[in-house]
Design a protein around this ligand. Structure first.
Ligand code: NAD
Ligand code: LMR
Ligand code: MG
Length: 622
């Protein structure tokens, strides 16, 4: 199936067409037996799901889902009430055990439940609580607890949030998309659940990650919560445990592959862009084999980006530039940094490509600049150091395969272990995106002591907490107070007793994606260009003051996320203007936008950010 605009009917036309084909308004009532008397229900869609009298949750049959505009609003697996009760009881009995998320917060899951209930009852209040206490609750609604939520989703699932498109819905998506009640959607975060954080394939239960990302869109970027849509595309799962689990909420079949898979994603993209032509779609936690392909497939046609590939790259570059500044050197010294990267998946390769590009640009963008940039990286994956000798090398990793001769001079060969590479290279930076908790073992960290840098840096970027390549305690205790530390999930600063602290920076794409989304939305740019992404990253890199970076603070604290997001959005719009990509937003047309100076641009961004205040619903004169 083609992906071009050919199916982009005007949203109202296609809406009418599809509704006429599938439904008649009279068919939207259904009967339930109350004793012997039938009860007629005049509600439909989410109104039924939110009505405790009529809601059956996952027990709605396919006929009911089709007739009551419920298709897509529930996970695909239809269950009977016995199965539902079994799921509920198991969850109730597991409460104690589930309420632990490692030593960091034994009550994390219990807090998530309380916040989730508030989210269901009162969105304004929920976001007020989240924004006012972002430091405390981001780790609950986002990384790391959101990972635990996805792992326990069959028990935690209560009221559905977002939409589900499954392999069974082929041919139906264009009509299903109208089951979502909002006339306007600005941001979609979509996942296929194939690589949720570092937790692997969680199938349909990965929807939690899309919900968590959108919570940050609202809290950090001020996207209106009525206009966000979390989406799960359920093409099956290859997680054998879930395939056998009677409580699993998704399709119990292996994942679609090849064209079958692409057809489903194409159909989804066509459907959502038909109904909401200006929506921005963020791809999240797709396994790397699809992450790159889908990005290439859609990035020039749709307003979309991949957070794990592009958002992570921007955040890592900002942090790496911070690590250069923290040594008292100018950013332009970045091309001199020797960087060992552990992990060559969607995130690792995204970072490598962007870092190489940044270095090459700083060196003048010539061919030699490019080669010279290339030689600053050593990439280690599950099979060790990647060299040109690697068999069946992943094409994405190919450009980073090191030359055998060069490696011999450093005493290294194909498949060398991480510790051998660190010993041989003596890098300035060791960056982990491997999803392997504890990979930066004592031995590896000891080897980093040989670093030629005055301030070696450790980026343990894998999520959630238990997948971090090392803890800050381990890193600081071995490498000393002077080192720079960043991790994907939050850790507490390390106290040295002498009054000194080792700063734990959170190097997470949460510092970029909200600003990229907001900036793209407010610029009206039809695509998310490389330049816009780069502008976002540079803005983050420049955000920290000289004094802060010298103290080892290379990322802002999360308490400043709304401020940094606003600035990033303005930088993205500015770049879109320079690239002549702006098409305007609402009453601000492209020409007006081009006239704004920096201060006015910031004001424009700020004025378009949603704040959690109750709207006045009834005006009275007396
Ligand atoms: N901090 C952030 O903002 C951020 C952003 C995106 C992804 N991540 C995290 O990065 C991790 C990886 O994500 P991904 O999408 O690249 O996953 P992926 O599965 O595509 O890639 C994992 C890579 O790690 C390699 N690997 C496995 N074992 C290894 C070992 N022992 N030594 C070295 N390399 C090893 C694999 O060969 C593969 O190349 C996840 O934990 C994810 O949560 C963090
Ligand atoms: O979700 C996060 O916390 C960051 C990143 O997108 C990831 O996949 O780990
Ligand atoms: Mg992710």
């Amino acid at each position: 199936m083609g992906i071009a605009n050919k199916l982009r009917l005007s949203s109202s036309l296609s809406r009418i067409l599809h509704r006429r084909i599938l439904y008649s308004s009279a068919a939207r009532s259904f009967t339930t037996s109350e004793g012997h008397r039938p009860t007629i229900v005049h509600k439909q869609g989410l109104d039924i799901l939110h009505d405790p009298w009529f809601n059956k949750g996952t027990a709605f049959t396919m006929t009911e889902r089709n007739r009551l505009d419920l298709r897509g609003l529930l996970p695909p697996n239809v269950m009977d009430s016995e199965q539902q009760i079994q799921r509920f009881m198991t969850d109730l009995k597991r409460l104690e055990e589930q309420a632990r998320d490692g030593p960091s917060d034994p009550n994390a899951l219990a807090k998530w439940r309380i916040l989730n209930r508030l989210h269901d009852r009162n969105e304004t209040m929920y976001y007020k609580v989240l924004i006012n206490n972002i430091e405390e609750y981001a780790p609950i609604v986002y990384t790391p607890t959101v990972g635990l939520v996805c792992q326990n989703y069959s028990g935690l699932f209560r009221r559905p949030r977002g939409m589900y498109f499954s392999a069974e819905d082929r041919g139906e998506m264009m009509s299903m998309v109208y089951n979502w009640p909002a006339e306007q959607v600005d941001m979609i975060v979509v996942t296929d659940g194939s690589r949720i954080l570092g937790l692997g394939d969680l199938g349909v239960h990965g929807i939690g990650i899309a919900v968590g990302k959108l919570d940050l869109y609202v809290a950090a970027a001020g996207i209106n919560p009525q206009r966000v849509l979390p989406v799960m595309i359920d093409v099956g799962t290859n997680n054998e445990k879930l395939l056998k689990d009677p409580m699993y909420l998704g399709l119990q079949q292996h994942r679609l592959e090849d064209d079958d898979y692409v057809d489903v994603i194409d159909e989804f993209m066509e459907a959502v862009y038909t109904r909401w032509p200006h929506v921005i779609v963020q791809f999240e936690d797709f396994q790397s084999k699809w992450a790159f392909k889908l990005l290439q497939r859609y990035r020039c046609t749709y307003r979309m980006f991949n957070d794990d590939v592009q958002g992570t790259a921007g955040v890592a570059i900002a942090g790496l530039l911070g690590a250069v500044r923290a040594q008292g050197r100018p950013m332009i010294d970045f091309p001199k940094m020797k960087i060992v990267v552990a992990g060559a998946g969607s995130a690792g390769i995204g970072v490598l490509n962007a870092a190489r590009k940044t270095m090459a640009r700083m060196l003048g963008n010539t061919e030699t600049a490019f080669d010279s940039a290339q030689s600053q990286f050593w990439v280690v994956d599950a099979q060790g150091l990647i060299t040109e000798r690697r068999e069946n090398i992943d094409p994405e990793a190919q450009p980073f395969a090191r030359k055998t001769k060069e490696m011999e001079r450093q005493g290294l060969k194909e498949g060398a272990t991480l510790v051998e590479v660190v010993r041989g290279v003596k890098p300035d930076v060791l960056l982990g995106l491997s999803a392997v908790g504890g990979l930066f073992s004592k031995e590896v960290l000891e080897a980093m002591k040989g670093s030629t840098s005055t301030r070696p840096a450790i980026f343990a970027m894998s999520n959630p907490t238990k997948n971090a390549e090392c803890t800050p305690q381990d890193a600081f205790s071995i490498l000393g107070e002077n080192m720079i530390f960043a991790s994907g999930s939050p850790f507490k600063n390390v106290e040295f007793g002498s009054g000194h602290v080792g700063h734990c920076n959170q190097g997470n794409n949460m510092y970029l994606f909200p600003g990229i989304g907001l900036g793209t939305l407010l610029s009206g740019a039809p695509i998310v260009s490389d330049g816009m992404l780069q502008a976002a990253s540079e803005c983050l890199a420049a955000y920290m003051s000289e004094e802060e970076v010298l103290q080892g603070i290379i990322y802002p604290p999360i308490s400043r996320i709304r401020d940094i997001t606003k600035r990033i959005a303005a930088a993205v719009i500015k770049e879109a203007i320079e690239e002549d990509l702006v098409e305007g937003y609402r009453e601000m047309d492209a020409r007006e936008l081009q006239k704004l100076n920096e201060e006015e641009l910031m004001e424009y961004v700020e004025n378009n950010m949603w704040n959690p205040e109750y709207p006045t619903l009834v005006y009275k004169d007396d």
